[in-house]
Design a binder for this molecule. Structure first.
Ligand SMILES: Cc1cc2nc3c(=O)[nH]c(=O)nc-3n(C[C@H](O)[C@H](O)[C@H](O)COP(=O)(O)OP(=O)(O)OC[C@H]3O[C@@H](n4cnc5c(N)ncnc54)[C@H](O)[C@@H]3O)c2cc1C
Length: 350
């Protein structure tokens, strides 16, 4: 490529994109201010099922195999283990839930994903109406993924600046390409802040208990992810009012109450985390080039499902940038062109 590429932000979005460029032998530089690491709060779960409606998650048949292949390739490159391989256990609230689950299991479209279990690991978990089992590759250790990816890129001579990139510098440097993977900080980016972000603050806890024997992930009003040594990650809350990744008593109490409802054993809270999910009003990722400044790009909007979405869409983005392939209309920011024009008129009116 004739233009220098700069990736701005090294969370899940920036890191997966960096790998896709690396696989294509395209040189790039990375900037990361490390100010709001949503990726470091995430449990990294990959759930192909939307439990509320008992439907498949958007584009799952496309996204899941791509994500599995991507993380496997990274595991092989980094000689580490990132994929937990756990399944998701889903205790039914009523007998009717169990019946609906059984009906879906007979449907070809769900056959690969749904199952039943009477697993012995449910000791001390309130599950009087049976338990469903979801086939998935479980979760990714997102912290390890970021840390080892950074180390790998540094040792391969890739420039990694631990600093904030100033937006005006990017705009002034038309001979370089800048891809903004800023997570929720995009709301402060003057070139892309017209996009309809709906940031969702979320909190998680780490608890310790010797009353549970979970091996797989449990999902019921909250998730419980076994971390080993009797520790579990628990989450998550949703709050659309909080704009900073602060810890709240409300969040902690909410998770604690939900846990007490589900568990029949004592537990101790040993830590508490918060992050802000870069969610979009229409729940689709944000990919593309700025409507006027053709050296500025965005890869963002991974929302609540970054681990699943990032690999497929980072590849899609790299194909778009390096091979001039067309972006899917559903994720292309051109879908907000009207909004951009309105934002210009609003600025003029001021
Ligand atoms: C509580 C919680 C639980 C979650 N659980 C899951 C889960 O189980 N499964 C799942 O798939 N997803 C989950 N998510 C969502 C997932 O974390 C996100 O989809 C994903 O991490 C977003 O990654 P990102 O790279 O877009 O943003 P971030 O991780 O926020 O990274 C953005 C980076 O860009 C940097 N940056 C911003 N602006 C600049 C600038 N101008 N210059 C330099 N650097 C800059 C920031 O400092 C930051 O490091 C969860 C999120 C939360 C909050």
């Amino acid at each position: 490529m004739k233009h220098q590429i700069n990736i701005i932000g090294f969370g899940l979005a920036g890191a997966t994109l960096a790998w896709q460029f690396h696989f294509k032998n395209i040189p790039f530089k990375i900037y990361d201010s490390g100010s709001n690491h949503c990726t470091r709060t995430a449990a990294g779960l990959v759930n192909p099922i939307v439990f509320k409606r008992l439907t498949k998650s958007w584009n799952i048949d496309l996204l899941l195999p791509e994500a599995f292949d991507f993380y496997t390739r990274i595991e092989n490159t980094l000689k580490t283990k990132l994929i937990s391989g756990k399944k998701i256990l889903y205790p039914f609230t009523t007998k009717e839930d169990e019946n609906n689950w059984s009906v879906k299991m007979g449907d070809d479209r769900f056959r690969n994903y749904l199952n039943h279990t009477n697993s012995a690991e449910l000791n001390n978990i309130h599950a009087p109406n049976g338990v469903g089992l979801v086939n998935t590759f479980g979760n990714i250790d997102t912290n390890l993924f970021l840390d080892l990816s950074r180390q790998y890129f540094l040792s391969n001579g890739i420039e990694f600046f631990t600093e904030e990139l100033r937006h005006e510098n990017a705009a002034a440097n038309a001979d370089q390409k800048y891809i903004f993977c800023e997570g929720v900080a995009v709301t402060e980016n003057p070139f892309f802040n017209y996009l309809p972000m709906k940031p969702a603050h979320g909190e998680t806890l780490i608890i310790q208990t010797d009353g549970l024997e979970l091996i797989n992930i449990l999902s019921k009003n909250l998730f419980l992810l076994p971390l080993g040594n009797n520790k579990y990650k628990v989450g998550a809350t949703y709050n659309w009012e909080l704009k900073k990744p602060i810890l709240t008593e409300e969040g902690k109490n909410d998770l604690t109450e939900r846990l007490k409802h589900l568990l029949q054993c004592n537990f101790e809270i040993i830590s508490h985390q918060a992050g802000i999910r870069p969610a979009v009003a229409d729940r689709r990722p944000l990919l593309g080039v700025h409507p006027e400044k053709k050296n500025l790009f965005i890869f963002n909007g991974l929302g609540t499902k970054g681990v699943l979405l990032a690999p497929y869409y980072a590849k899609h983005f790299a194909d778009f940038l390096a091979e001039d392939k067309t972006l899917d209309a559903e994720v292309n920011i051109t879908r907000f062109a009207k909004r951009y024009r309105k934002s210009l008129l609003d600025k003029k009116a001021l």
